[in-house]
Design a protein around this ligand. Structure first.
Ligand code: G3D
Ligand code: MG
Length: 180
């Protein structure tokens, strides 16, 4: 099937430093687990093309990976301009990274006036033991509601679990939200 329509969507990935944002993007775009990503300073932009067969479209995702350091907040605000989608990311082994997402949402609300689609990712699934989860699912679902994301995904950037699904869902949400 030939993809007829081509789209370009800007997406921003946010969440506290160390949750795995840059590692997720390396895995998603290059198919590699980077053992030592440097602390992201400023912004990285990753490109990834995907085809949504069911809609006959080809989408280029332009994914902005923002430095998590608080002192960049003033610079960061501009980076949300024109974004159509947000990926909120937390670390399944660090509870504060989940609760901090509400602050991330407040920042985005200030910087992004247009409607946007969003999904939630709990990363580092490979590090947790199902029997004694540090963060319980109810708390995650509460945050999911607070952030008004469409879906929650658990991922491992180490094992490449769940990442494709999360981006695909976000792309579909954006397509549906922006196509008349
Ligand atoms: P950030 O971009 O959100 O700041 P990074 O986070 O991508 O720099 O990742 C921070 C650390 O977490 C890195 O380890 C990285 O290898 C690790 N990491 C990211 N995702 C996963 C995952 O799914 N599983 C595991 N086990 N580790 C992960 P270092 O040691 O370089 O700090
Ligand atoms: Mg980073």
């Amino acid at each position: 099937m030939v993809a007829l329509i081509k789209m370009l969507y800007k997406i921003c990935i946010v969440g506290d430093g160390g949750v795995g944002k840059t590692t997720i993007l390396h895995q998603y775009v290059d198919g590699k687990f980077m053992e030592d990503t440097k602390l992201t300073i400023g912004t990285n932009i990753f490109l990834k093309s995907i085809i949504l067969e069911e809609f006959d479209i080809s989408i280029k995702l332009q994914i902005w990976d923002l430095g998590g350091q608080k002192f960049f907040a003033s610079v960061r605000r501009n980076f949300y301009n024109e974004a159509k989608g947000i990926i909120y990311t937390f670390d399944l082994t660090r509870k504060s990274s989940l609760t901090d997402l509400t602050e991330w949402r407040n920042e985005i609300k200030k910087g992004l006036k247009e409607e946007f689609s969003s999904v939630l990712i709990g990363n580092k699934l490979d590090l947790i033991n199902e029997k004694d989860r540090l963060i319980n699912l109810e708390d995650i679902l509460l945050t999911k509601k607070e952030l008004s994301v469409s879906e929650y995904f658990e991922t491992s950037a180490k094992n490449n679990t769940g990442i494709d699904n999360a981006f695909r869902k976000l792309a579909i949400d954006i397509f549906k939200a922006t196509t008349p």
